[in-house]
Each structure stands twice: as C-alpha cells, then as structure tokens.
Design a binder for this molecule. Structure first.
Ligand code: TRP
Length: 463
C-alpha cells in the first residue's frame, strides 16, 4: 500500500487539529456573533454546546478516522457499507464549499495585513466606509485570495508531516503570543471594563432562540466538526495515542483562542464607543480604529502583526479544509497528491468567486430574494453550518446504530488503559445515545426554518 503519511506523534497531531480548529471562526466570527447575541450569554451557551455536544462528536470523529486509517468517504464505507459512504461525500462537499467562502474572507485579512503594514489604510478616517468599499471592489481582493489559495495548496501538497505539521508547529505558538500582547494593550484602554462586563457578566434577559442557534453552529464550525476533517486527521494518528485526552486539549485550545479574541475585542469596542459596529465588519473596523489611534509606526507594526496573526490562523484552517477532498482522491482514486491538491485549489477558488462579488459588486448576489435579502457569501456560509450540525447528527446515529458504541469504546481504549472504567465513557455513551442525535436533528431543522422563512412560521411571535 502506498504510504499515506502520518503525524510524527501526539504533539504534531494536536497542533494540526488545533490549527484546523483555530481560525477565522475564532477571531473574526466568534466576536461578532457574541456582539450580536448579548455578549456573555452567548459565551455561556457556546461553552455549553462545546462541552455537551461538540466534545463527544470530536472524540467520535477521531476514533472513526484512526480505526479505519482512511479518508472521510473510505471510513464510512469501511465501517458501514456504501450507503453510509454518502455521508463522507456529503462532508467532503461541505468542506469544498466552506473553503470557497472562507478563502475570500482570508483574502480580506491578507489584504488588511498588507495595506496596514505597507499602505496607508490607517489614515482612512471612516473605517466603516473603508471596509464596505474594500470588500465591494474586488480588484485587489481577487489577487489576495488567489495568493492565499496558492499558499494553502503549497503547504498541503507537501504532505502530512513536512507540510501540515511543520506549518502548524511554527504558526500556532506565534498566534498565542500576538493575541496575548493585544489583550494586555486592550485592557489598559479607557472604559475597557465596560467591554469586559458585557463579555463576562451574563444578562439572562438577552437570551433568545437565536442565541442558541448561533452558539451551536459556531461551536461546530469552530471545532471543525461534522464534515470529516477530524476523521481525516485522525486517520494519520498512530495507535499509541490517547484520543479522549487529545480531543480535550484540542477543544480547550480552540475555545481559549475564541475566548481570548473576545477579551481583546470588547474592551476596544467600549473604549472607542463603537457599539454601532456589528456583524462581519466588526474586527476589521474596530481594530483598524484602535491601530489608527496609536503612534503611526507602532500602529503599523502592531496592526500589521494582528492581521498577520489572523492570516496564520486562517491558513492552518484552510490547510485542513483542502486536505479533506485531497485525502479522498489520494486514498480512493489513487491520484497523485500534488495533482489533486492543485486541481482542487483551482476549482475551489473559482467556486468562491460568486461569494467574492456578492459584497456589493454584483447587486443580484448582494440581496438574494429567496434568502430574506441576505448576500450570497452569507448564504453559502449558513448552508455549510447547517450541513455541519446535520453531519454531526448523522454521525452520532452512525456510531450508535451501525458501528456500535462498543466498537468505538474499543478504539478509545487503545492508548488509554483506564478508559473502560472511566466516567468519560459513560458521558460519551449517554450523549451519543440519547442527546446528540435528537437535539442536533431538532436544532438543525429549526435553523433551516429560521434561515429561510423566519421562526415565526412555526412559533408565532418568535422572530
Ligand atoms: N474551524 C475553523 C475556524 O474556526 C474552520 C474550519 C477548518 C472548519 N476546517 C473545518 C470548519 C472543517 C468546519 C469543518 O475558522
């Protein structure tokens, strides 16, 4: 059998999986969803989702991958027959679409890095208007996101150890360093405490159904769950490793970065009195304002490194997204890794173009009539989120009904001598049997209804 590649060991695996998890989801999306959903109450719901629903799914995914040593499609097929293989294909498609819009946003961050470090973005004045124009006009963005995709393909084409693992080992620690530096700065700004209160002291009257939906889909997205990314990474893991504890470290690493990103952003929002900024522009506008208030040279350096940090985080995620379809073609079709990677990268870049031009340039894509007037990028992102929670739901069903909890337990006991008698085992089996399939099915259904029609259709008054 051709050598599929593998991680060098526990540290390499954890860093790569954490790198996949930590991304634009944590630094760009988490703060703005928290801002839209009442701050601390969103954080609370998010944490509950991570612990109760996401952690078990993560363990399950890694266990499946390591057991079969195969890609997402191959894994389901091996354990459940061709019928279940469709779930793998569904995940691979979801990954392709996630990467298509994700790469566009990564291109914005890459552009901000360049324009702050070497251009005159920080003297723009009205940063809200600047950002609006910036994403509307794609003459630069086209090249920035193309560059980002090329970078991703370069790393993935190097294979598991030399590419994915090496890149993560350098980028992950740097990311923590820059983030912590910016938090310290942010906390010293005037009025910072108000931001901290908004972010850390829950106001239960702010709790809405929407908060639960957003918390759940964000948790799935942030941990890279529900589409086979962790099946694929798990397939490169050797049999000596403890999956239960590795998954805990990965979840913790991801959650801590999201938490820290919020801790950085909200004091800044409070200090600048920028409460009117919300949605996807949040970090682009607020952070640019903060950097523009600094001494020009300092602003350039700190601002540049911040957006560089976002690019690092995004890159370790785009790598994992591209690896999923690549692994499928390498494992199942025996195509060469290099050819598959470059072909896929090109295809996905092209698929991302409608998202790129949907921010104003092509008005028809900016306000979709069948999607409550939202833009195409949001549409793709929402559909992907839905496929993740649905994927997680079906995976729990697959584990309980087809693969069997017993087989999963046996896999988890390898590399973990105490597993069979542990409380974790009971917790995982209760969640997989009784909680995640039902809860995820119901919530996914409600999210679909909410997105297309508004929740008022089923629950009058619940807008
Ligand atoms: N988790 C990443 C983020 O938060 C995005 C991501 C990478 C992802 N790989 C994934 C999301 C696989 C879902 C599935 O930015």
């Amino acid at each position: 059998m051709a050598d599929r590649g593998s991680f060098s060991g526990r540290v390499g695996f954890i860093l790569a999986a954490a790198g996949s998890a930590v991304g634009l989801g944590n630094i760009w999306r988490f703060p703005y969803l928290a801002g839209q959903n009442g701050g601390a109450i969103f954080l609370l719901i998010y944490l509950i989702c991570i612990f109760l629903l996401c952690y078990p799914i993560m363990v399950g995914e890694i266990a499946i991958g390591r057991n079969t040593q195969s890609d997402a499609y191959g894994s389901y097929k091996k354990l459940g027959g061709r019928g279940w293989g469709f779930l793998g294909i569904f995940g691979i498609l979801a990954g392709i679409f996630i990467l298509s819009f994700y790469n566009v946003v990564a291109g914005w961050a890459f552009g901000y890095f360049l324009e702050i470090s070497f251009g005159d973005l920080l003297s723009a004045g009205d940063f809200g208007a600047f950002f609006g124009n910036y994403i509307n006009d794609i003459s630069d963005n086209f090249w920035f996101s193309l560059a980002f995709m090329v970078l991703t393909a370069l790393i993935v084409s190097q294979g598991v150890q030399k590419g994915i693992e090496a890149a993560n080992k350098i980028m992950m620690p740097l990311l923590y360093l820059i983030l912590i530096g910016l938090i310290i700065y942010s906390l010293t700004l005037p009025n910072a405490i108000q931001g901290v209160i908004f972010y850390l002291v829950p106001d239960f009257s702010e709790l809405k159904v929407q908060t639960v939906f957003d918390g759940l889909r964000q948790a799935f997205f942030s941990l890279s769950l529900g589409m086979g990314a962790l099946i694929t990474y798990g397939s490169y893991l050797d049999k000596k490793q403890n999956i239960v504890s590795s998954a805990a470290v990965i979840s913790l690493a991801d959650t801590s970065v999201a938490f820290l990103a919020g801790l950085m952003v909200f004091p800044m929002v409070a200090a600048l009195n920028a409460y009117e900024v919300s949605g996807p522009s949040l970090i682009f506008v607020v952070l640019a304002k903060v950097f523009s208030n600094m001494d020009p040279l300092v602003g350039r350096v700190v601002g540049g490194s911040f957006f560089l940090l976002i690019c690092f985080a995004a890159l370790t995620s785009t790598i994992s997204l591209l690896e999923v379809p690549a692994a499928y073609f390498v494992d199942q079709k025996k195509w060469s890794r290099k050819g598959v990677v470059w072909g896929m990268a090109l295809l996905i870049f092209v698929l991302g173009i409608p998202s790129m031009v949907s921010q104003g340039m092509i008005p028809a894509l900016n306000k979709l009539p069948f999607y409550q007037g939202r833009d195409f990028l949001t549409f793709v992102a929402d559909m992907c989120d839905i496929s993740l929670t649905l994927g997680g739901c079906l995976m729990s069903i697959f584990i309980v009904r087809t693969w069997s909890l017993k087989s999963m337990d046996e896999e988890l006991a390898i590399g973990n001598d105490h597993y069979m008698k542990s409380a974790t085992r009971t917790f995982l089996s209760v969640v997989m049997r009784y909680i995640s399939p039902w809860l995820l099915a119901i919530l996914t259904f409600l999210i679909i209804v909410e997105k297309f029609f508004g929740l008022g259709v089923i629950f009058p008054g619940w807008e």
